[in-house]
Design a binder for this molecule. Structure first.
Ligand SMILES: C[S@@+](CC[C@H](N)C(=O)[O-])C[C@H]1O[C@@H](n2cnc3c(N)ncnc32)[C@H](O)[C@@H]1O
Ligand SMILES: [Zn+2]
Length: 228
């Protein structure tokens, strides 16, 4: 079975990159008039947190000081690879405990925190999380969703990607031990990817239909007015 990968959370509009010759996007306007691109600063390590053993699983990340709601804590760093390369790396591993350091950025890139990763890779999954992941400029940051007190374990919802055709026995590898009152029992996304795609397609179809429906209404109204 393919290793399940964390899905990126909230997405923020990335600043447009200024194009270098032969690399990246070309600015539409002359460089002099274009605003300088603001590079999102990296947070490779944080004085706010520490790594120690966790009752949830292995090691976890804990707040050393009070962290305010909305505070950006750390960047999820690691080797940026393609999905094919990530699958190849984890298929080679004897991965019968479902352990993964992979994080999906988008349909091009996966971060493998097993290579060059920082403390962010030790943040466990929680069903009642105090953190979330934010995608900015195709990079992943961990932010507090509420005030976190010193000594609290940090966690976010992994929403691991799976398919409805996956073997239910295999999916048990991703059972959750977060201990929250509202624990949903699994680190998997509540909706399998194939079903989510189907639902999105159906929604798009309905939107297109209702759009053409409202066009017809407008036409009828215009006709009626003309008759007057
Ligand atoms: C990014 S690592 C987190 C750090 C991990 N505790 C460690 O020591 O390496 C992700 C892995 O930790 C385990 N894990 C994290 N949260 C969990 C949870 N709530 N329940 C069960 N296992 C969890 C799973 O094996 C998962 O693939
Ligand atoms: Zn849980």
């Amino acid at each position: 079975m393919a290793t399940k990968t964390k899905k990126s959370g909230k997405s923020r509009k990335a600043p447009v990159k200024a194009g270098k010759k032969g690399q990246g996007l070309k600015p539409k306007k002359p460089a002099g008039k274009a605003k300088a691109a603001k590079k999102v600063p990296s947070i490779p390590t944080s004085p706010l947190i520490e790594v120690r053993n966790s009752p949830i699983h292995g090691r976890g990340v804990y707040a050393k000081t009070r962290i305010v709601k909305g505070g950006r804590i750390i960047e999820y760093l690691g080797d940026r690879v393609s999905h094919a390369e990530a699958d190849r790396r984890y298929e080679l591993k004897d991965n019968d405990d479902g352990h993964t350091f992979l994080f999906i950025v988008d349909n091009r890139t996966v971060i493998d925190a097993g290579v060059g990763g920082n403390e962010a890779r030790f943040i466990n999954h929680g069903c009642n999380p105090n953190c979330e992941t934010v995608t900015e400029d195709r990079r992943i940051f961990i932010e507090a969703t509420r005030t976190i007190q010193p000594g609290e374990e940090l966690c976010y919802d992994y929403q691991l990607v799976w398919e409805s055709t996956d073997d239910p026995e295999d999916l048990k590898l991703y059972n959750c031990h977060c201990g929250a009152k509202n624990c949903r029992g699994t680190m998997l996304d509540p909706v399998p990817l194939d079903k989510a795609k189907q639902a999105a397609k159906a929604k798009k179809k309905t939107k297109t239909k209702s759009k053409s429906g409202s066009k017809a209404k407008t036409k009828t109204k215009t006709k009626a007015r003309k008759k007057k």
